[in-house]
Design a protein around this ligand. Structure first.
Ligand SMILES: *[C@@H]1O[C@H](CO)[C@@H](O)[C@H](O)[C@H]1NC(C)=O
Ligand SMILES: *[C@@H]1O[C@H](CO)[C@@H](O)[C@H](O)[C@H]1NC(C)=O
Ligand SMILES: *[C@@H]1O[C@H](CO)[C@@H](O)[C@H](O)[C@H]1NC(C)=O
Ligand SMILES: *[C@@H]1O[C@H](CO)[C@@H](O)[C@H](O)[C@H]1NC(C)=O
Length: 959
């Protein structure tokens, strides 16, 4: 065919399709620019409409590109300046593309809406551009594992919304920037929780100004740099800190006394520096589980007794630290202790190692090169490696054959990491090269890489199951096509040390992943901020992927299409256009017809159009969904999407086109008569907005479908956590926080909602936990048609759940806010005991009332406290919490506190438990969302539909 004709056809083809394209022109040309920068464009980046759904990794809103996620796509080349034209972009994730190199363009600073920038494991070079400080919306910044050089731009200090700063493993040099005058600095990042700056070439002092009491940092990782000078005493002002790593620098001087104030620290690593002066007394850091101060120049000191006070200590590393004298026997009574490395000190006297401590976790005691004279082996040490080589005791004749005198170091980590469960009975090899049998013995091409822990791990092998469950849970939550995962031996394992664990992710249903599936998986793995339980053993994990070369794709790239096909496509293109036009007309007609039908049946219609009429309640945010939409978002209400059920019907999980996860309550028995009640519900629900209340996203009302669409709360119900079903363990502080969150939500309903709302069904089943384990109250204001009628529910006159019911309400049928307070008291008892309110005919309230003995420690309730809390720990404010609980459970409602009182009490408990456990706690009244009250509120009493009030006893004007 004539070349001109071909070009012409192509032109016509493009032109025709462009006419129906949805994507804004400026975004389309920006993507063209990006493609020019990449040596090879992503396979599916073809056609005129990136927003049309066929371009991989692109998400749009109103024809503007809002998200580009292309992790692990084997991209090569550079990131073009054109990125700066995508002015609506919120997410950019290009992680794990080792072939991406060159500088990060200055123009990145134009992306004013960017909230997440993830470029993990690429090969970007040159300094990080100063313009990065213009990204005012940025929350996540992960530039780790690249080749960035030069200084950390001080402008990062302008990112006032930043929560996560990860620059680990680059070539960054120079000082850590702090503010001065008008120059910004990292000390201004008040919302940041993570400073991960390890494995660079940062130098100079750690600026004292870097740390201040307004920071909410939990991780400060400055390890493996060239920092010098003292550890600034100001570090002690950052009271939220949980992990502090300064190891592998040239820090000198003594460890500041203020460190003692950091009572939340779980991992403290100061090893391999030049620290001097006396060893600090850190006995107050009760939550420490990993302490390493090895290889410093501390003054000689008597073996500290305070080690034995660290009840949570798992790993103690004090190699070469000038310790003298005898080890107190009490050290080995610590129940969690596993690893003790004390080699190269001057420890003398007799060694007594208790092998019969509760749980006996001990694996390794290395005392090589000390002066120990006597060792008294106790029972229960069979599994413990004890090393006394090069001590006096091993120099005596005949001692060389003793096992503890013959080992110099354990060949393997004491608990072999090769215990990793491997699939059995699988074919040794798969037929296709590169295929690997999955744990379920299916040959497939897994996505592979290494999981790295940024904090240190004590004994990963015990936790493989938890790690696996945690990962699979995340994959399922986001409906990713993963069949199973397996772990393999870490390549380098400086034991004990950071985890480097091989991870294989196997595809479900096919031999390889397709581009979309893999990119979603990689995107999840590149943002593993999910903290696995127990968090002290797995910090945030970083995933570094290998290239993936076995994409399963229906159609190969179109580059090699023949002329004939192109003509075909072009002809089809014009046909398509005609069809599209026809379809448009048809759709328009259908819409009109549907609208007329809706007018007859939809009591909500007026909400959309009549906004100017102030008598009609405004729906803040709650939107109307059609049945077809929700059908699409839930894969046709498939069984896979079912996440729960109740008397009203089933609950489905789903995903909105913008990626938001939703939970849909679908009513089982629907009748049009209930339309008004349903409307009242939605009006009620859509007016309450508080971070401790599950928020309503929208609703669906059709002749035979009534559905409420809520935000999806990922960590399930409090009940599932307390019963152990969800695998989430709540320690005491968390329980206090959960109680506080739930109390705040309820207080909001009681005091700030207008008119006030009485929940009537407070129970652990109705408290949900979000990804940060914050409590969210759900199921509030559900009137009759939506009432729960599971077996243990009363659905007649008095509503609520047996075991939580206020006895006064039960007898008088007179509902007040104090009935919720009573139920909340029962919930608090559940938090303490993890027992059901009524178990085997026994009522928890009665049991506790009987057992309480205020003269005893923990009020004599040891036997009732949930063992999962960890009784070896102190339970700060436990007695106060019990007092408050019993107060809520007073028989007479007038003697019970209000929910606002409860909030204040729990806040003060948390303040005492740890001064900074709840940074937001000091400002309850401000943290309530400001609800418009009184006359100017559109939902004033006059306009309130009286039939709705009657149909929903949840609402009471005066209580
Ligand atoms: C990173 O890019 C530089 C050149 O830009 C190249 O020399 C180097 O080999 C690349 N590193 C990797 C790991 O690909
Ligand atoms: C520890 O904190 C308290 C107040 O919380 C303060 O008074 C004290 O000075 C701090 N100690 C040090 C050594 O900074
Ligand atoms: C152990 O060392 C301490 C201090 O170096 C010394 O005072 C003590 O006498 C020594 N004990 C024995 C039994 O040698
Ligand atoms: C070992 O520890 C347990 C408790 O942890 C204690 O009961 C026992 O007496 C200890 N044994 C010795 C010999 O200290």
């Amino acid at each position: 065919m004539d070349h001109t004709v071909r070009v012409l056809l192509l032109f016509v083809f493009n032109y025709l399709l462009a006419a129906v394209a949805e994507t804004a022109n400026e975004d389309y040309s920006a993507l063209q620019g990006l493609m020019n920068g990449f040596l090879k464009k992503p396979d599916s980046w073809d056609g005129p409409d990136p927003c049309g759904g066929s371009w991989i990794g692109i998400k749009c809103n109103d024809s503007r590109i809002t998200s580009i996620t292309l992790p692990s796509m084997n991209l090569k080349g550079r990131l073009a300046d054109d990125i700066g034209f995508l002015s609506e972009l919120q997410d950019l994730d290009l992680s794990y593309n080792r072939g991406l190199t060159g500088p990060l363009p200055q123009k990145i600073g134009n992306l004013k809406k960017l909230s997440s920038l993830s470029l993990v494991g690429c090969n970007f070079t040159d300094p990080i551009p100063d313009t990065i400080g213009q990204l005012q919306q940025l929350v996540f910044l992960s530039l780790n594992s690249n080749s960035f050089s030069g200084r950390i731009p001080p402008s990062i200090g302008n990112l006032s919304n930043l929560s996560w700063l990860d620059l680990t493993d680059n070539q960054l040099e120079g000082p850590i920037p702090v503010s001065s005058g008008t120059t910004p600095g990292l000390d201004k990042l008040y919302k940041a929780q993570h400073f991960h700056l390890g494995m660079n070439k940062l130098s100079g002092q750690i600026p004292p100004q870097l740390f201040n009491s307004e920071l909410t940092l939990i991780h400060v990782l400055l390890d493996q740099n060239q920092l010098s000078g003292n550890i600034p005493p100001t570090l002690g002002l950052v009271l939220d800190l949980e992990v502090v790593r300064f190891d592998g620098n040239s820090l000198s001087g003594s460890v500041p006394q203020s460190l003692k104030n950091l009572t939340n620290v779980q991992q403290l690593v100061l090893s391999n520096n030049k620290l001097s002066g006396p060893l600090p007394d850190l006995g107050e850091m009760k939550r420490l589980n990993y302490l390493d101060m090895s290889n410093n120049s501390f003054e000689s000191s008597e073996f500290p007794r305070w080690f034995s006070y660290l009840e949570n200590l798992v790993t103690l590393m004090m190699e070469n630290t000038n310790l003298e004298g005898q080890i107190p026997d009490s050290l080995f009574n610590l129940a969690s202790l596993q690893i003790v490395k004390l080699n190269d000190n001057k420890i003398n006297g007799t060694l007594v190692v208790n092998g019969t401590t509760r749980g006996n976790q001990l694996r390794l005691v290395n005392l090589q090169r000390n002066s120990i004279e006597k060792f008294v082996p106790q029972d229960g040490l069979q599994n413990v490696t004890i090393i006394l080589l090069d001590n006096h005791i091993c120099r005596e004749t005949g001692m060389a054959s003793k096992p503890y005198c013959s080992t110099s170091s354990p060949a393997q980590p004491p608990s072999s990491i090769s215990d990793i469960p491997q699939p059995s009975n699988c074919p040794e090899k798969c037929n296709e090269p590169d295929q690997i049998p999955s744990p379920k013995c299916i040959c497939a091409y897994p996505y592979q890489g290494t999981l790295k822990s940024r904090v240190l791990l004590n004994f990963p092998d015990q936790y493989f199951a938890k790690l696996e469950n945690g990962l699979m849970f995340s994959f399922r939550t986001y409906h990713l096509p993963v069949d199973s995962v397996s772990f393999s031996n870490p390549t380098e394992n400086l034991f004990p040390g950071p985890l480097n664990l091989g991870l294989k992710v196997f595809p479900s249903g096919q031999e390889g992943f397709n581009h979309t599936g893999l990119s979603n998986i990689a995107s999840l793995l590149s943002n593993l901020s999910y903290e696995f339980e127990p968090p002290e053993l797995f910090g945030p994990l970083d995933f570094v992927a290998e290239d993936y070369g076995h994409y399963e794709e229906n159609s190969k790239g179109r580059d090699s299409l023949s002329t004939a096909v192109i003509i075909g496509v072009a002809v089809c293109g014009s046909l398509l256009l005609v069809l599209a036009l026809l379809a448009g007309v048809y759709a328009f007609r259908q819409k009109k017809r549907a609208e007329r039908a809706i007018e007859r049946t939809d009591p909500f219609r007026s909400w959309d159009t009549n906004e100017r009429n102030s008598a009609i309640p405004q729906l803040k945010g709650a939107r109307h969904f059609s049945f077809q939409e929700l059908q699409k978002y839930t894969k046709n209400f498939s069984q896979d999407n079912e996440i729960g059920y109740g008397g009203y019907g089933k609950v489905y999980g789903g995903t909105l086109p913008n990626g938001q996860l939703i939970a849909i309550k679908r009513a089982q028995n629907v009748s049009l008569q209930r339309g008004l009640e349903f409307k009242a519900e939605i009006e009620l629900l859509s007016r309450v907005h508080h971070k401790n209340l599950v928020s309503l996203v929208g609703f669906c009302f059709e002749p035979d479908e009534q559905m409420l669409v809520y935000e999806y709360v990922p960590n399930g119900t409090l009940k599932d956590s307390l019963s152990g079903k969800s695998g989430i363990r709540l320690d005491w502080t968390r329980r206090l926080k959960v109680a506080l969150g739930a109390a705040r939500g309820l207080a909001y309903l009681h005091e700030l909602a207008d008119p006030p709302i009485i929940h009537r069904d407070i129970k652990s089943n109705n408290i949900l936990l979000d990804e940060r384990l914050n409590a969210k109250v759900s199921d509030f204001g559900l009137s009759k048609p939506w009432a729960d009628c599971e077996k243990d529910h009363m659905t007649t006159q008095v509503k609520g759940t047996l075991g939580y019911l206020d006895p006064e309400y039960y007898t008088s049928e007179h509902l007040t806010k104090k009935s919720d307070v009573y139920s909340f008291g029962v919930l608090m008892l559940e938090l303490i005991t993890a027992r059901k309110p009524i178990e085997r005919g026994q009522y928890i309230v009665k049991i506790v009332r009987k057992e309480i003995d205020k003269t005893k420690e923990l009020y004599g309730l040891h036997g009732l406290v949930d063992p999962a809390i960890g009784l070896s720990l102190t339970l700060p404010s436990f007695e106060k919490f019990v007092d408050l609980t019993m107060n809520c459970l007073e028989e007479s409602s007038t003697n019970r506190p209000t929910m606002t009182d409860v909030v204040r009490e729990i806040e003060s408990m948390l303040l005492q438990a740890g001064p900074n456990l709840t940074p937001e706690s000091a400002s309850t009244s401000v943290s309530f969302e400001d609800v418009s009250k009184g006359s100017h509120h559109p939902y004033s009493n006059e306009s309130f539909d009286s039939s709705a009030v009657n149909s929903s006893t949840t609402i009471k004007g005066k209580c």
